[in-house]
Design a protein around this ligand. Structure first.
Ligand code: GTP
Ligand code: MG
Length: 453
C-alpha cells in the first residue's frame, strides 16, 4: 500500500482519540501533536504541517458540531477534511471518445516515465480504449526495447525505431501513425537525460509544438519527498495542460511529502504509482486516498477493482457472494479461484473498511496446483459434506483422502482454508460500513446474511 508508515501513524493517532472518553483541549492538543509528528516523518514541509495542525486545532475548538454527530466524530471529520485538502483538489484525466487523445509524458531521468506510460496504457486499455505507446527516447540505451517488452506484456501497440536519432521526428511519426490507426489514446514516452528542470521543460516545449498533445504528464519520483516541489513548480509555469503522476509511493517514507509538495503548487496529481508491476497504478482522488490512509476504507475503489476483474458491473449478489461466500465448500472453492485471479488480495482487502493490515494473505493465497488438488478432493465428498464441511471428522477425512488419491493432510488443508475464509468473512462483516447510499445498504445486507453485526 502507498504510504504505509504514514497511514499507520495517523491511524494510531485517531485510535488514541477514539479511546479517550472525554474530548477536551488536552486531547485535541495531543491529537494535533501526533499528526504533526507523523507528517514531519513523512517529509511534509514544516510550515505546511504547522498551518494544517493550527487549522485543525482552531476548527476543533471553535466549530459547533452538527446535530447527530458526536464531538469525536466531528473531530475525525475535521482531520479527514484538512488532510484531504493538503493532498490537493481532485481532477480527472479524460480520454474523449471519437478523437484520439495525445499525451506527452515527461520527467527527469529514472523517475519512472516508461513504466508509468505502460501502466497508463494498460489502465485505459482495460477500460475499453484502444491505446498505443510511442517511444521518443533516443538517449537511453535499449529504451525502445524496454517499451516494446512492456507493450508485449500488456498487449499494447508500440511505435518506435531502435536506431532512430531524432526524438521529435519519432514522436511526430508515431502519433501520426496511431491517429491513422484510429486509436483513442496515444502516449508518448520521452527521454529523461535532463539533469535539471530547465532543459527538461525546453525539450518538452519543442516536442509539444510538433505533436500538439492534449495533455502533458510530468512523472515525479515520490521518493524525493518535499523536493518534488521544484519540479512541479517549474512544470506548472511552463504548461497549462499539465498534470502529474507521482511514482514509487510504495515503501517510500517520504511519499506524503512529495504529494503535499506537488499539491501546494496547484498542479493536479492525476495518478500515482504504487509498485513496479503494471497494475500498480491508481487514479489519485485526495479524499479517497486519505480515507484509506486513515483506515476508513474505500469501498468505491474496491468495487472498481472487482469490476475490472469480472469485466462487468458488480451486482449486489456478486458483492454479497464475495463477502459472504455462502460458505459451502463448493463456494469456498469458487472464492479461492476468484481470489487467485484477482491478484494481490491484500491490496483489495485493505480497501475494505475495518480490515486494516492484519490479513492472513499468504495463508489465503492458493496456487494453481493446490486448486487442482482441492477439486479432486471435493469430487470424493458427498454433497452433504460439501454443503456442510464442519461434519467432516477424522474417519471421513481418511475415506476422502483414500477416495481421491490424496493425503489426509491435503484434505485437512482444504478444511483449514474453509475455516480461514469463514473467519475473514466474519471480521469483514464486523467492519464499519458506510452508513448511507446504496453501497451502505448492500454491505449491511451482506453482513446480515452471514450473521455478522
Ligand atoms: N517501487 C516502484 N518502482 C517504480 C515505480 N515506477 C517505476 N519504478 C521503477 O523505477 C525504475 C525506473 O523506471 P523507468 O520507467 O525506466 O524510468 P524512466 O523515467 O523511464 O527512466 P529513463 O527513461 O532512464 O529516464 C524502474 O526500476 C521501475 O521499475 C513505482 O511506482 N514503484
Ligand atoms: Mg524511460
Amino acid at each position: 500500500m502507498a504510504l504505509e508508515k504514514l497511514g499507520r501513524a495517523l491511524h494510531g493517532a485517531l485510535q488514541k482519540l477514539t479511546r479517550s472518553t472525554y474530548i477536551d483541549k488536552r486531547v485535541i492538543r495531543e491529537l494535533v501533536r501526533d499528526i504533526q509528528r507523523a507528517l514531519l516523518q513523512a517529509d511534509v514541509n514544516v510550515r505546511m504541517v504547522l498551518n494544517l495542525t493550527k487549522r485543525i486545532e482552531e476548527r476543533a475548538l471553535k466549530e459547533k458540531f452538527p446535530p447527530g454527530m458526536s464531538r469525536k466524530e466531528h473531530l475525525i471529520r475535521i482531520v479527514y477534511e484538512e488532510l484531504s485538502a493538503l493532498m490537493g483538489k481532485p481532477s480527472k484525466f479524460e480520454v474523449r471518445p471519437g478523437r484520439p487523445t495525445v499525451v506527452l509524458v515527461v520527467g527527469l531521468q529514472g523517475s519512472g516515465k516508461t513504466t508509468s506510460v505502460a501502466k497508463l496504457a494498460l489502465y485505459f486499455q482495460k477500460r475499453g480504449f484502444k491505446t498505443g505507446m510511442v517511444c521518443a527516447d533516443t538517449y537511453r540505451p535499449g529504451a525502445y526495447e524496454q517499451l516494446r517488452q512492456l507493450g508485449e506484456q500488456a498487449g499494447i501497440k508500440v511505435f518506435g525505431n531502435p536506431n532512430g536519432r531524432d526524438a521529435i521526428k519519432l514522436a511526430t511519426d508515431g502519433v501520426r501513425q496511431f491517429k491513422e490507426g484510429k486509436l483513442d489514446l496515444i502516449l508518448v514516452d520521452t527521454a529523461g537525460r535532463h539533469k535539471e528542470e530547465k532543459t527538461l521543460m525546453e525539450e518538452m516545449r519543442k516536442i509539444a509544438e510538433k505533436v500538439k498533445p492534449d495533455e502533458v504528464i510530468l512523472v515525479v519520483d515520490g521518493t524525493l519527498g518535499q523536493q518534488a516541489k521544484n519540479q512541479a513548480e517549474a512544470f506548472k509555469r511552463s504548461t497549462d495542460i499539465g498534470s502529474i503522476f507521482v511514482t514509487k509511493l510504495d515503501g517510500s517514507a517520504k511519499g506524503g511529502g512529495a504529494l503535499s509538495a506537488v499539491a501546494v503548487t496547484g498542479a493536479p496529481i492525476k495518478f500515482i504509482g504504487t509498485g513496479e508491476k503494471l497494475d500498480d497504478i491508481e487514479p489519485f482522488v485526495p479524499e479517497r486516498f486519505v480515507a484509506r490512509l486513515l483506515g476508513m476504507g474505500d469501498i468505491e475503489t474496491l468495487l472498481q477493482k472487482i469490476k475490472e476483474v469480472s469485466k462487468e458491473e458488480p451486482k449486489a449478489e456478486d458483492l454479497r457472494a464475495i463477502m459472504a461466500g455462502k460458505l459451502t465448500l463448493r463456494d469456498v472453492y469458487e472464492q479461492l479461484e476468484k481470489i487467485s485471479k484477482m491478484g494481490p488480495l491484500k491490496k483489495l482487502l485493505q480497501m475494505l473498511p475495518g480490515m486494516g493490515m492484519s490479513l492472513p494473505e499468504e495463508q489465503m493465497r492458493v496456487g494453481e496446483e493446490k486448486l487442482k488438488k482441492f477439486k479432486v478432493i471435493m469430487q470424493s465428498m458427498t454433497s452433504e459434506e460439501l454443503d456442510n464441511p464442519r461434519i467432516i471428522k477424522s474417519s471421513r477425512i481418511r475415506r476422502i483422502a483414500r477416495g481421491s488419491g490424496t493425503s489426509e493432510r491435503d484434505v485437512k488443508e482444504l478444511l483449514k482454508q474453509y475455516e480461514l475464509m469463514r473467519k475473514v468473512i466474519k471480521s469483514m462483516a464486523r467492519g464499519r460500513f458506510p452508513k448511507v447510499g446504496p453501497l451502505g445498504k448492500m454491505l449491511r445486507q451482506a453482513s446480515k446474511d452471514i450473521g455478522g453485526t
